[in-house]
Design a binder for this molecule. Structure first.
Ligand code: AMP
Length: 216
């Protein structure tokens, strides 16, 4: 049966890192709303332009366009056949309700919702040193996971970049938005018996093991 999994948690908790490990090891495609928005911005589409105005301020992109963008991908043949890991979506109760309706109608139930959790101090430290590859999207950290060559990706040798929204003021705003708009999802999924809490303070490998254990 295809794996269908949702990762929720504040910015910097390691959703992207875990989604990449799951994709690499289990062959399940990640659908990451943040990555898709950044690709739209890069391609200078109308959606990208709209999204950028919110992302740069640390605000959420409006529900309507976000839901449409994600449901389109969830309806794809590949997602239907092979399953998916959702990273960064849903982020509001409205998004969660729209997703639930879609998946119920399509008879594609979610197996598990993983809530990745760490203290705010750790989040700020992780976000402040974060680096990403401009080409393949591999993730690094200045102190926790530095690239072998300064400023260059280990995988494809392309330059690394710091996300525009990983600046201190924007980080603070993103955490406020998470606490207000996204954290209610924990209760939403807990009520449905789908949630598993995972302490994401540990090393990425240990967090990965806990996520996989939670699938059985
Ligand atoms: P991320 O890469 O997941 O940290 O997302 C980066 C930014 O994209 C967020 O701070 C939001 O501005 C926007 N974004 C990503 N996912 C969503 C979503 N599900 N709903 C609204 N905005 C989103």
């Amino acid at each position: 049966m295809p794996i269908r999994l949702i990762l929720i948690g504040p910015p910097g908790v390691g959703k992207g890192t875990q989604a990449a490990l799951i994709e690499e090891r289990l062959g399940v495609r990640t659908l990451s709303s943040g990555v898709i928005f950044r690709a739209e911005i890069e391609a200078e589409t109308d959606l990208g332009q709209l999204a950028k105005s919110y992302i740069d301020r640390g605000e959420l992109v409006p529900n309507g366009v976000t839901i449409q963008m994600m449901l389109k991908r969830i309806r794809s043949d590949e997602a239907r056949k092979k399953g998916f890991v959702l990273d960064g979506f849903p982020r509001t109760i409205r998004q969660a309700e729209a997703l639930e309706l879609e998946l119920n109608q399509a008879e594609m139930p979610i197996q598990r919702v993983i809530s990745l959790e760490v203290s705010e101090d750790v989040l700020i430290r992780r976000l402040s040193g974060r680096l990403g590859c401009t080409k393949c999207g591999a993730l690094y950290h200045r102190t926790n996971k530095p690239p072998k060559r300064d400023g260059l990706c280990d995988v494809c040798n392309s330059p690394l970049f710091v996300r525009a929204d990983d600046q201190p003021d924007t980080i603070r705003q993103r955490l406020v938005v998470f606490n207000e708009q996204t954290s209610p999802l924990v209760e939403f999924y807990e009520e449905r018996g789908m949630l598993r809490h995972v302490d994401a303070t540990h090393e990425a490998e240990e967090v990965y093991r806990e996520i996989i254990e939670g699938l059985s």
